[in-house]
Design a protein around this ligand. Sequence first.
Ligand SMILES: [Zn+2]
Ligand SMILES: [Zn+2]
Length: 292
Amino acid sequence: MLHAESLTGLQRFAGRTLGVATMHGKEQVIGPALMARLPLAGFTAIPDLDTDRFGAFSGEVARGTDPRTACEHKARHGARAVGMDLVIASEGSFGPYPPSPFITCDEEWLVLVDLRDDRTWVHRHVSLETVFGGEECRTLDAVLAFAARMKFPDHGLVLKTREHWLPGDRVFKGIRDAGHLREVAGRMIAEQGSVWAETDLRAMANPTRMRVIGETAARFATELAMTCPRCGTIHFAVAQALWGLPCAQCGFPTQGTRAYLRECRECGHRTEEARADGRTVEDPQYCELCNP
Ligand SMILES: [Zn+2]
Ligand SMILES: [Zn+2]
């Protein structure tokens, strides 16, 4: 029997164990971040869950759906597999940063599902901090130079027959050892004239990504712990950035973020929140009137 008060505010989490649907060690950063803000009893990785079947970075499994949906599927699948009712999953993708396409960004999603009342909470975080790349190499020296640029061996590498996987291709993941790298790359170059080298983006092989996931989880936990001042529902989260930061010289509203809007999904209550950096005016160089 479910009592309504057990679903109110942060009490929802009291004494419960959070399942983290991952097979790449991500529970090590996600669990503690949520424990720090929510009254959970503990967390546990949901073991033996083949999360790669929902989409793998190295291309053998195509991710058939958008990352937010894939992430929610992972969480729900994990919950069903072990019979837990509070499960979080993570999903990341790397690509060009839209405002500046020559920069790569890491877009991380977290989805938390509570099956007791079938609620879902979502957080997205984009970081420009990445160790990400791929290159076709024709010599061992080229492989080693690429590896050095990609912070190997702290960050793992993948060696593949070619960039875009085809049935029968070989894929060597999780290479973290210089001897192993030389051996596999040397053999593949000898056999086929070249090898495709790329960063291994699985969290346990890419400490930069693991750190970004931890940061995403910390931000998510902070947003989850914000409760609506009117009705007390959790996740009184930023729903929108409001533009119109006034120009320092003429006061005209610019495209810069003026404030953030928090919104309650339950009762619709909204508040405006000032910028965390305290800025109240925009540099005139971004003003359409002062610098057209
Ligand atoms: Zn509310
Ligand atoms: Zn101006």
